[in-house]
Design a protein around this ligand. Sequence first.
Ligand code: PMP
Length: 545
Amino acid sequence: MASAFRRKITGILDFGDIVYSYAIADLAIAIAYVVLDKSDPLSAAASVVRGYQELRPLADDEIASLFGLVLLRLCTSVCVAARQQRQRPDDEYLSVSQGPIAATLPALAAIDFDVAEAAFRNARGKTPEETLAARRRVIGPNLSVSYRRPVKIVRGWMQYLYDQAGRQYLDGYNNVPHVGHSHPRVVQAAAEQMLVLNTNTRYLHDRLALFAERLIATLPDPLRVCYFVNSGSEANELALRLARAHTRRRDVVVLDAAYHGNTTTLVDISPYKFNGPGGEGAQPWVHVLPLPDTYRGKFRRDDPRAGEKYAEFARHVRNPGAFIAESAPSVGGQIILPDRYLASVYAIVRAAGGVCIADEVQTAYGRMGTDFYAFEAQRVVPDVVVLGKPIGNGYPLGAVITTREIAASFDNGMEFFSTFGGSTVACAVGLAVLDVVEEERLQSHAREVGDHLLAGLRALPDRHPLVGDVRGSGLFIGVELVRNRETLEPATTEAADIVNALRDRGILIGTDGPFENVLKIRPPMPFTREDADLLVRRLDDVLSS
Ligand code: PMP
């Protein structure tokens, strides 16, 4: 059982009524009581059938007999209650269901058996293969699916996911559900606000400024002005517009292998895309700096000045408008930047008149353990900070925070408006996520569990030659696989094999990096030491086999 449940009683099973019989009888009994007093008993019944089949598909003959069994159960109840009431007329409990049955049974009995059977057949849950086929028919073909045997997840709880057979998976890499899948505080905040009002920033509501104040309080001076949008892409787009408005320059400096989003301009500044399959190469206004990767790059960990040396490449760019980088490149392969890298690049770019943008979409809100944002470990203060994924815990929410000077340059007469950005619900969700991060002390938790996980993973290279490098900070971890520790030949197919083997063993992680040979471990923050031990043990097993 999930460790989250281990210490408290969550339910009691009564084995008193157990008999050996057809499984469909159970479903029929459940439906018989669900439909009582419902205005549309057949659709209530069909909902139960649909939910049941998410976990256990029904056979044709089970579906064919189901409606009759429901009626039979209710008729039996009427007869049994009548007899028992004659024997024990004072026992009111014997007749608790009889009123609702008397009201509902005639309506049910009026439903044509064939109609009921058809409703139940339509309520059949799809198998993963059927779901995949249905998606392929109607969804753009370059939307990928994870794993060779795709998982059909129907439920999430904290750091666990559950498929339709009820199988539990340990989520080792989804960072969007930062405070946990379906965290009740966040769900409640969203649901309560959604029930009352969800509208846009052109009306006054107190939570807009409140959320901005809370967000700004997590950031250093002079980052004091907020904009809210709906995604990381929208936030990076806005960050570029701010930089361009402020510098009146178009040229952008990026890191190799970076990804910043899915819009036209962001694909243009994402080497991961424009140099990848289907890409058209760099635009003349885009300047790519080498990824400061101290494992396989030009300057390695044994060089104490690697950070400054990588930064020197920025000097070749004339008239930069903006430098944009993840403060710990995740898409580039879970890279921890060498000391003084960002400080040196920022200094060079600023001296040349450019603005420095920190893309913290993957790394914000304590994930790195040491700091609330990854740029802090590099001892810099960006001019623009971009936030996405974790800040809404799955609700589409992005934010851009900048200085008053840059905000003033952007305020050139053209209105900025994002229909859903900063909506009433978005602010309620954003505040709830911040509350949970702080109250559950998730940053120090990430540090403690991350250190433990890193220690476990760092024992692997001794036993497994494939494991070339283990790196990370907090719950932001990469395990780089190589075929040869001298040539560093990337073990790309092996990485895919391992990720798929772990999936079959109930653990979900991914791959990243320019060669897709880095195991990406970036779990929801409630991830525990026990989860870490399990992940290391399973990875060890898979590497051994
Ligand atoms: N920046 C980074 C670093 C990202 O990883 C991503 C998404 N993977 C984005 C921006 C774009 O965010 P979104 O998909 O929410 O538009």
